[in-house]
Structures are given as C-alpha cells and as structure tokens.
Design a protein around this ligand. Structure first.
Ligand code: SF4
Length: 444
C-alpha cells in the first residue's frame, strides 16, 4: 500500500539538512507521498528505509516512452483512480491503424494525415499520435515494406502488430532505433518477444485474458529484462474492457497487485461503435488507443475529450497576462480588458477576430479564474486593472483613455475609473455580443 506523508516522515533521518533540495524532512516526505521526489535524493537513508520507501513511493504505474524525437510521448505514471483526487498526467496516444495488405499509397496517405493534421484548442496544438501497422499479410517482406513506407512519410511513433517475431524482426530493421511499441507478447512467445524488445530497447505489449494471467506474464517479462510493458487484456467487448482496465488501475494504484502497474492498451477497431470505444478508452484508463483512421470530426471530438480529461481540474488553463493585439490596432483602437482564463480569452479573441475591428485585449492575472468567479472571489479588482494598465504600457499604445470591461465586471466600473483615471465602458456579458456592441457603442 502507498504510504502517507507522516508514515514516510517517520522513516526519514529528520536531520533537516536540505541536501535533498527540500527545506525540511517533512516537505520531502510530502513530495515522496505525492510521487514528486525520488528517495535517492536523500543521502542519509539507510538501505532498509530506502527499500521500504522505494517500493511504496515509486509511481504505481510505470512510465513508458514510445517513439523518439519531437512526436515521442510518455504514458503511464498515474497515481489516482479519479481525476478530481489529483490529476491525470499522461494522455493516451491515439494511433491510426493501417495494414500491410493496403497499397503503399494508402499507407503513406494515412501516415501523412497523422503527421500534418492538428487543431488548436484553448492555445494547445492537438494531434493524434502515430501509426499502428498490422501484419495482416503474415509475411515479413510485406510488413517490412509497409514499415519502410511509413518511415519514409514521417517520423511518428509506431505500434507494430504481429504475432510473428520474424515479421517484427524484419520491421525493426527499418525502425528499431525509434522505440516502436511491439504488439504483442503472449504466454507462448514472450521469451522471443522479450529478446527482440530488449535488443532494440522497445516497449512491449503483453496480451492475456484474465488479470492473474496478465500479472504473471508481466512478472515473467520483467524477469527476462523487459520492464517497459503495456497491458492488453484482450477484451471481447467494451464492457469487458472497462471492467478489466478499471480493475487494473485500482489494483495497481493501491499496490494490491503491483505486477499490474503498467499502462493499458485498447484496440478500438474491433468495436462497431468505434467513436464510443475511443471515448470510453480515454475516460477509463487506456494509454494506447488503436483506431481505424478517424474522420476529421471524430478526431476533433476525441482530442477535445482527451484534452479535457487530462487537464488538471484544480488548475485552470491560463494565459500569460499582457496586452494582446487583434489585427493591427492603431491609436484609436478599443482596449478590452479580460481575464487570463484561457477559455474566456480564446472565446473573446475568436469573436473579436470575426468583427474585423482591430483592437487590444488587456489580459489581467486572475489566476486562471473566469470573469464571474474572479469578481465574486475578489481576485479581479481595480488595483489589478490599474497595475496591468501601467505594467503593459497601454497609455503608450492608444491616444484615448477608454477601457471596455466585461459585463460581469460591471460592479467594479466606478472603482476602476476612480483608481485609473480611465473612462470605463461596460461591455456585454456574453462575448458573442461583442461585435454588435463595438459597432453600436465604440464606432458611434
Ligand atoms: S536530505 Fe534527508 S535528512 Fe536531509 S532534509 Fe532531506 S530528507 Fe531530511
């Protein structure tokens, strides 16, 4: 079981010597309990304490890296069952599946789609992650040719799917140094698969039905020297997947079955409701999701859901405070004050861009809170607005002293005018009405 901070503290030397980088043993204990520090940072621990703390403070789910280079990513290293308890850290990789029986033009086209397609949402660039290549032909030559085609089109993380080690061996000639994920080791072939994974330093999917069988296989692969494992519980339905992945997460994070402490694999292509399977995979602990190539709309839906689930619920996504330009504003351009909650910023920015009226957005630091919440919490106040006007040199940018504030900040208008000397105009509550407002109130 995971130890609590006070239990950990009891095992520490209590010298408060700061050599671990923390001011006290207690703060170090708190970091260890949260999985944010390594026991090796304390040089004064005896071997026994190290062994106890090491086992109980290392992440309950192993961090596994897939791919090399710019598009590589990590999965696993999660600590909780529900995101409101802490947060989820490593979003699942979404892989488009292609087969070595497709034409090389088709394989190349799908690869280029994953390479190029992205969309921006609340300031983040969202993309699917890689290609899952299946050895449907059963021949090593066709598999190797398809891998070479993918490699030629893009440097993307790969999942190589074949039961034949000779096919994987042939494929790894082309991509063995790029850490593809190999699928899959079974009870029958795990020794050869482990040898291959070890030789190329690749992560490996293990496949078995039943949690006991998965745990046993994980143990055997670890003994063969392969620890970067991903678990495929071979579900026959979505219901089976959810049952298995929830049990794996629960047993891993409580350390009731530490041998299940690995990320989970889901092949959604078997489901006739693939979009729903992907959504459930994202929500219910899948770390690698293989899907048929998605339509643009389905990809956007999946990536949006993934971004939402893997955003820390206790930390709103924030913009840097500052003076932002929409278009090329001149000296007579309106200045609109807003908060640094990303969703507010990007929503307002989108509406402002569509008005085609060049303007300035003065973004003040409300610690990521929305207008309504920050006014209610007292985070948005006249001092903050005055300081932002001075700090970002707004007076040097425009030849007027008129500031448009959001409708929900109307109660502050008098105090802002008094403290800043700027005339305050109260804008609409709904950003969608800003175009009409500017037409009627600013241009008149
Ligand atoms: S190095 Fe060890 S003894 Fe020193 S403060 Fe950190 S935890 Fe305490």
């Amino acid at each position: 079981m995971a130890l609590k901070a006070l239990d950990i503290y009891k095992l520490l030397p209590k010298k408060n010597c700061k050599e671990c980088g923390d001011p006290t043993c207690l703060t170090f204990a708190m970091k260890l309990a949260g999985g944010k520090a390594d026991v090796d940072l304390c040089p004064h621990l005896d071997e026994q304490a190290k062994a106890v703390l090491g086992a109980s403070t290392r992440p309950p789910i192993r961090l596994v890296k897939i791919g090399i280079g710019e598009r590589s990513f990590a999965i696993g290293e999660e600590f909780v069952l529900y995101r409101h308890e802490k947060t989820f850290y490593h979003p699942p990789g979404i892989f488009f599946k292609v087969s070595d029986t497709q034409t090389m033009e088709e394989v190349s086209a799908v690869t280029k789609r994953v390479r190029d397609e992205s969309f921006i949402r609340v300031g983040s660039d969202l993309r699917c992650n890689g290609i899952a290549l299946e050895n449907s032909s059963g021949t090593k030559e066709m598999f190797a040719a398809a891998v070479a085609t993918v490699e030629k089109a893009a440097d993307l993380p790969l999942v190589l799917i074949s039961e034949k080690t000779e096919s994987l061996f042939a494929a790894l000639v082309h991509c063995g140094t790029y850490r593809p994920l190999l699928h899959a080791a079974t009870k029958e072939n795990f020794k050869e698969m482990c040898a291959l994974a070890k030789h190329h330093d690749c992560p490996l999917v293990i496949k078995a039905r039943g949690l006991e069988q998965l745990a046993q296989l994980a143990k055997e692969c670890a003994l063969e020297g392969v620890q970067d494992l991903v678990m495929d519980s071979s579900p026959q339905s979505l219901g089976e997947f959810i049952t298995a992945s929830t049990a794996i997460r629960q047993l891993a994070i409580t350390r009731a079955m530490p041998d299940l402490g690995y990320p989970v694999f889901l092949d959604a292509t078997g489901s006739d409701i693939q979009d729903a399977a992907i959504a459930l995979g994202i929500v219910k602990y899948a770390s690698v999701i293989v899907t048929a190539p998605l339509s643009e709309a389905s990809a956007k839906a999946a990536l949006t859901l993934r971004q939402n689930i893997y955003t820390d619920p206790q930390k709103p996504i924030q913009m840097n405070p500052g003076l932002y330009r929409v278009g090329t504003p001149g000296k007579d351009a309106p200045v609109l004050m807003t908060v640094n909650f990303s969703l507010t910023f990007f929503t307002l920015q989108g509406y402002l861009e569509s008005t085609r009226i060049p303007c300035f957005m003065l973004v003040v630091d409300t610690e990521g809170l929305s207008v309504l919440t920050s006014v209610a919490a007292g985070k948005l106040n006249e001092t903050l607005v005055r300081d932002a006007l001075i700090r970002f040199g707004v007076e040097n940018e425009v030849a007027h002293k008129k500031l448009i504030i959001p409708g929900y900040a109307a109660p502050l208008s008098g105090r802002i005018e008094e403290m800043t000397g700027w005339k305050v105009l109260v804008g609409p509550r709904d950003a969608a009405e800003i175009g009409e407002y500017l037409e009627q109130e600013w241009k008149k």
